[in-house]
Write a protein that binds this ligand. Structure first.
Ligand code: HEM
Ligand code: HEM
Length: 129
C-alpha cells in the first residue's frame, strides 16, 4: 500500500482512540469511578500512542508499507485491539468469563506486532518504496 495512505489510516485510527481514551479519563475523573482505568490506559496506549507511532514508523520505512505484511499488520491490529479492550472492560466490570476472549485477542495483537517487526526489518535497507 502507498505509505501516505497507510500512515494516514493509522493516524485516523489513533486520533479516534485518543478521543475515546480521553473521554473515558474525563468520565473517570468526574465520576470518581476509576474501575475501568486499565481500559482507559490501554485505549490511550494501544490506540493513541501505539497507532500514532506506527503511522510515523511507516513514514520512516516507506518500503515496509508496500508489503502484504503491512496490510495484515493493520487488519489484525485493528481487529484485535477493540476486542481486547472490550474483553478487559468486561473483566473489570465483573465478567471473568471474558478472560479467554482477552487472551485470544491479545495473541492476535501480538501476531500483528510480529508482522510489523518483520515488515520494518525486511525494509530496513531500502531507500525508497
Ligand atoms: C484529559 C485526559 C486524561 C484524563 C482526565 C485522565 C484520567 C485518568 C484517571 C482518572 C486515571 C485513574 C487513576 C487511578 O485510578 O490511579 C488515569 C489513569 C491512567 N491514565 Fe489517564 N487520563 C487522561 C489522559 C491520558 C493519556 C493521554 C494517557 C496515555 C497516553 C493516559 C494514560 C493513563 C495510564 C497509563 C493510567 C494508569 C496509571 C496507573 O497505572 O495508575 N491518560 N487517567
Ligand atoms: C496486547 C497488548 C497488551 C496487553 C495484553 C497488555 C496487558 C497488560 C496487563 C495484563 C496489565 C496489568 C493490568 C493490571 O494489573 O490490572 C497491563 C498494565 C499496563 N500496561 Fe499493558 N498490555 C498491552 C499493551 C500495552 C502497551 C502497548 C503499553 C504502552 C504503550 C502498555 C502499558 C501498560 C501500562 C502503563 C500498564 C499499567 C497501568 C494499568 O494497569 O493499566 N500495555 N498491561
Amino acid at each position: 500500500m502507498n505509505v501516505d495512505t497507510l500512515s494516514r489510516r493509522w493516524f485516523l485510527c489513533a486520533i479516534s482512540y485518543f478521543v475515546v481514551g480521553i473521554s473515558l479519563g474525563v468520565y473517570m475523573g468526574a465520576s470518581e469511578n476509576h474501575t475501568l482505568f486499565p481500559v482507559h490506559a490501554h485505549i490511550n496506549l494501544l490506540g493513541w500512542v501505539s497507532m500514532g507511532l506506527t503511522g510515523m514508523l511507516y513514514r520512516a520505512f516507506p518500503a515496509a508499507a508496500q508489503s502484504a505484511l503491512a496490510v495484515w499488520h493493520f487488519r489484525l491490529f485493528q481487529a484485535g485491539v477493540p476486542v481486547l479492550l472490550a474483553a478487559v472492560a468486561a473483566i473489570y466490570l465483573g465478567h471473568r468469563e471474558a478472560g479467554p476472549v482477552a487472551g485470544i485477542s491479545s495473541i492476535v495483537v501480538l501476531v500483528s506486532v510480529l508482522l510489523f517487526w518483520w515488515a520494518i526489518y525486511s525494509a530496513r535497507n531500502s531507500k525508497m518504496s
